[in-house]
Design a protein around this ligand. Sequence first.
Ligand code: SAM
Ligand code: SF4
Length: 335
Amino acid sequence: MTVLADRFGRIATDLRVSLTDRCNLRCTYCMPAEGLAWMPQPEQLTDDEVSRLVRIAVEQLGVTEVRFTGGEPLIRRGLVGIIAAAAKLTPKPKLSVTSNGIGLDRIAISLKEAGLDRVNVSLDTLDPARFHTLTRRDRHSDVLAGLRAAAEAGLTPVKINTVLMRGVNDDEAPALLRFALDHGYQLRFIEQMPLDAQHQWDRHVMVTAEEILAALEPFALQPDDVSRGTAPAETWLIPGYTDAAGQPARVGVIASVTRPFCGDCDRTRLTADGQVRNCLFATDESDLRKLLRGGATDDRIAEAWRAAMWGKRAGHGIDDPTFLQPARPMSAIGG
Ligand code: SAM
Ligand code: SF4
């Protein structure tokens, strides 16, 4: 097997697959209120096309972990079938979904039975009114129901992703952590990144990892004894707490902006229209859909995927004066 290597010695084993660019929320840091010009249906990969690319990634390119995301992956009708197909691969990849949690209460058991291992659910506030302001939809209770259902279905550890925004929800870090600890969820704070469709990200307004950790001082966090490896989250132990599995409880911070981890990146990304992206912040893409629909063999597709990864840049370059935000927003790349 020839793996997905790049010129800097990194090997991509973690595949993020976006299943749709559509979403039932309108988080202010992600999308404008009116939504976006959605991808036309014929441009989106079919379920079989997605499954074929996931199979090539696992069988021919050494991918060991697949996360389905979007947009909102739970609104993709074929999701359970796509998970089931991925779960039948040998060796079976670790399978997870990143979701806003809406509708998870209805589908969690089917996802588990199909072979899904875990979910990450995004939740930025414990206050329903604030949730409405932040997401422009009144669905807070649906997200909480989704979290509960995921834990009950055994999609564990259930992780919560939180983005803090200054003056909006940055006073909630301790309360969110307490909520996560009380329910056995693992909380990870994500620094806001310049990937919003509106191009309104402002480095000086963004809540930094340092500020997040300062807000968590009451928990007397301790450095973690487990190596971070290629994981994006830096984790801390929370003295006096254990998680749902009885292990020491941890909290994570994904400091993509202020403490970039590009040197250890093991990601490769596939958009819902079949483009390989070698980085969230890449400004170019490689078209696998054209190959798929042009009758290319698995070997030819694998070769194009390898070539796409070889060109990966050393880092995202957010601090570089020449940095250009990618044309696709986070919701269309797959976060
Ligand atoms: N809709 C799903 C969700 O919200 O979990 C999956 C897609 S969403 C793009 C994936 C993750 O990206 C979410 O946790 C969301 O909070 C995060 N996200 C979206 N825009 C972001 C931004 N500009 N900076 C940092 N994280 C962002
Ligand atoms: Fe939708 Fe997720 Fe973007 Fe929120 S962050 S608008 S839930 S894709």
